[in-house]
Design a protein around this ligand. Sequence first.
Ligand code: SF4
Ligand code: SF4
Length: 153
Amino acid sequence: MIGAGIVKGMAVTLRHLLRRPFTVQYPEERLPLPERFRGNELIWLVEKCTGCNTCAKACPHGVIQVETSAKLDENRYFVEKFEADMGLCIFCGLCVEACPFEALYLSREFEKATYRHEDMFRRRDDFINAQKNFSGYFYPYLDKERPKRLEGW
Ligand code: SF4
Ligand code: SF4
């Protein structure tokens, strides 16, 4: 039939005219983030970290640097340095998966863009003082037990 294509095209247009819009007016409007969303920040828990360096070895981009000193009186290592150049991070999560002590998490923060690369560098104290918005990535129990398991962090 001549003009069938036009009718079909107009039907599609009309259908979309009657739907609610898909777009949101960010940043005034925000979509809810999934619990396991991988943001552009790492969360490091100094109290859990043994300085084993496994995360640094697992990272394909050499983002993380760890240095320790021996605390002979307490029979453990002290983590002198824990640093990450988040400007190089690709948020693959391999470091999080590799950590044997649940000391490293991905964050759900995603508004961390800066004008200068050096502003994306995180030092030990930056990690300690950072606001911790845990992602459930690789830790699905966090979805349900978030408040209980992470109380006090
Ligand atoms: S998320 Fe991936 S790229 Fe980023 S620090 Fe961890 S292992 Fe490295
Ligand atoms: S793998 Fe975990 S415990 Fe080991 S240095 Fe990294 S964050 Fe610390």
